[in-house]
Design a protein around this ligand. Structure first.
Ligand code: PLP
Length: 441
C-alpha cells in the first residue's frame, strides 16, 4: 500500500501491468484469469480493440462538453440505444458515473415525481435484506447490509427492509408457486406495517448480486412484486447495476419476467470498465411530470460526458455484434454444470446458483445441514486469496444479515470461450482442493 493512497483496508495487491480479453498481468508477469470481470464490470473483456477505437475516435473531437453548454450527438445516440434495450415506455435516460450515483438518481427522481403528482407523504423506499445498492449515503440507506449503515445511522433516514427470498437457506423449492407466495406475503405484511401511503418505491435486484450470491427469485416472485407495487401505489425500481449489459442472458434481466419496472438502474457493464458510467432509464411520464414541475434537482458534473458515451457505445456494439447475451446463456450453462460437478466433488459447496454468467456458489460446513462455516475461518477471504495465488480472480462476500454464509461470485467476461471456461474450472478446482486441505481437515 502506498503512503498516500487508501481503500477500505490495508490489503496489498501487485501492480497491474496490462489487461487483455479475460486476463490481466501484474508487474512481475504473473497472469490472472478474471473470473469476476473485476467486480462484474468487464463484460466485453479488457482492451477490446473496437471499444478502444470508438474511444480513440471520440478523443479526437471532444472528450468533455458540459451538458449545460452543449448537446452531444454521441450522448443522444447512446441514450436512444439504451431506451431501445429497456422495456416499452421506459425511454428517458439520465447518465451518471456509476451505480451509487444511479441509485441516488432513481430515488430522487421517484421522490420528485410523487411530489409532482401531489402525493408528498410518499418518501420511503422499501428494499431487501440482504442487498447492496451502493456507498453514497442515500444508497446506504436503502442497502440491506446493516454493518454498512450502522456508523452513519444518525445521519440518515432509516428505510424499511424486507427479507430477500433466500429459498435455498429456507429449504423451499423455487419452482413451487407456494414459495413466491410465501415471500410475497412477507412483503405485503411489511408494506402494511409501514403504512402503504408513506411508501414511494420498492428497489430490487431482479437477480441478486454479491449480497445474496446470485439469488434467482422463485417463480412468480417478480410478477407478484409488481402486483403488490400496483396495489399499494409504489414504483418498482430494478437495480440492474450488476445484472444489466447482458450478464444474465438478456440485455436487461427485466426481459426475463412478466413484470415491467418503472425505472431501471444500470452501471458496471454499461461502461464495461472503459469509463465510469451509469444510467437511470425511466418511465416517460415520471420524467415529464418532474420536468413540468420545476425540473429535476439533480446532476453530476461529469455525467453525460461524450467520452464515456463513446465507451458505452463501443461496449454495446460488442455486446450486439458478438451476440454476448446468447453467449452468456450458453457459456453460463456450461459453467453452471461444471460448478455443479465441483459441488459433487466438494461436499462443502452447499449451493450453486445464478443466471447466465452471473453465477455463485456458497460454502457450508456441510451442504446437507446448511451449517455455515465458522466466521473466524474467514473462508470468503481465504479461498479468494488461494485462487489469486493460482492466477484466478473470484469475488466473495460473507453475508452479514443474521443468516451468515460465505459465497463466491463466478462471473467471467461474457466473451469467455468454452476452452477458457475449462481453464477457469481447473484453477477453481485446484484452489478448492488446497482450501480443503488447509482448513477443513
Ligand atoms: N447496485 C448494485 C446491485 C451493485 O452491485 C453495486 C456495486 O456493487 C452498486 C449498486 C453500486 O455501484 P457503484 O459501486 O458503481 O457505485
Amino acid at each position: 500500500m502506498s503512503d498516500h493512497l487508501f481503500y477500505q483496508t490495508r490489503q496489498t495487491r501487485p501492480f497491474i501491468e496490462r489487461a487483455e480479453g479475460i486476463y490481466l498481468w501484474d508487474a512481475a508477469g504473473q497472469r490472472y484469469l478474471d473470473g469476476a470481470s473485476g467486480a462484474m464490470v468487464s463484460n466485453v473483456g479488457h482492451s477490446h480493440p473496437h471499444v478502444l477505437a470508438r474511444m480513440s475516435a471520440q478523443m479526437q473531437s471532444a472528450t468533455f462538453a458540459y451538458r449545460l453548454h452543449f448537446q452531444s450527438d454521441i450522448v443522444e445516440q447512446f441514450a436512444a440505444r439504451l431506451a431501445k434495450k429497456a422495456p416499452k415506455g421506459l425511454d428517458k435516460v439520465f447518465f451518471v458515473s456509476g451505480g451509487s450515483e444511479a441509485v441516488e438518481t432513481a430515488i430522487k427522481l421517484a421522490r420528485q415525481a410523487t411530489l409532482a403528482r401531489g402525493e408528498p407523504e410518499r418518501f420511503k423506499i422499501m428494499s431487501r435484506l440482504p442487498s447492496y445498492h451502493g456507498s453514497t449515503l442515500g444508497a446506504v440507506a436503502v442497502t440491506g447490509t446493516p454493518p454498512f449503515a450502522e456508523p452513519f445511522a444518525p445521519m440518515m433516514q432509516a428505510m424499511p427492509k424486507v427479507r430477500a427470498p433466500l429459498h435455498y437457506l429456507d429449504g423451499l423449492d423455487p419452482e413451487d408457486p407456494g414459495t413466491a407466495a410465501h415471500y410475497l406475503k412477507e412483503i405485503e405484511e411489511a408494506i402494511l406495517a409501514e403504512s402503504p401511503e408513506s411508501l414511494l418505491a420498492f428497489l430490487v435486484e431482479p437477480v441478486g448480486g454479491a449480497s445474496t450470491g446470485a439469488l434467482v427469485p422463485p417463480k412468480g416472485y417478480m410478477e407478484g412484486l409488481r402486483a403488490l407495487c400496483d396495489k399499494y401505489g409504489l414504483l418498482l425500481i430494478y437495480d440492474e447495476v450488476m445484472t444489466g449489459g447482458g450478464r444474465t442472458g438478456t440485455y436487461f434481466a427485466a426481459d426475463q419476467y412478466d413484470a415491467v419496472p418503472d425505472m431501471i438502474i444500470s452501471a458496471k457493464g454499461l461502461g464495461g470498465g472503459y469509463m465510469p458510467l451509469g444510467a437511470v432509464i425511466s418511465r416517460n411520464d415520471l420524467v415529464d411530470d418532474v420536468l413540468d414541475h420545476g425540473g429535476f434537482l439533480h446532476g453530476f458534473t461529469n455525467a453525460a460526458m461524450p467520452l464515456a458515451a463513446a465507451a458505452g457505445m463501443g461496449v454495446l456494439d460488442v455486446v450486439e455484434e458478438e451476440q454476448l447475451c446468447d453467449r452468456a446463456t450458453r457459456i453460463g450453462g456450461v459453467l453452471f454444470d461444471r460448478l455443479r460437478d465441483l459441488q459433487s466433488a466438494y461436499p462443502f459447496i452447499g449451493d450453486v446458483r445464478g443466471k447466465g454468467l452471473l453465477l455463485a456458489f456458497e460454502l457450508m460446513a456441510d451442504g446437507q445441514s446448511k451449517q455455515v462455516l465458522p466466521k473466524e475461518l474467514n473462508a470468503h477471504v481465504k479461498l479468494v486469496n488461494i485462487a489469486y495465488e493460482n492466477g484466478l480472480i473470484i469475488y466473495s462476500r460473507r453475508t452479514r444479515n443474521g443468516t451468515e454464509g460465505d459465497h463466491f461470485m463466478i462471473c467471467p467476461p461474457l466473451i469467455t470461450t468454452a476452452a477458457q471456461t475449462d481453464e477457469l474450472v481447473a484453477l477453481l478446482d485446484k484452489s478448492l482442493g488446497q482450501f480443503a486441505d488447509l482448513y477443513l481437515k
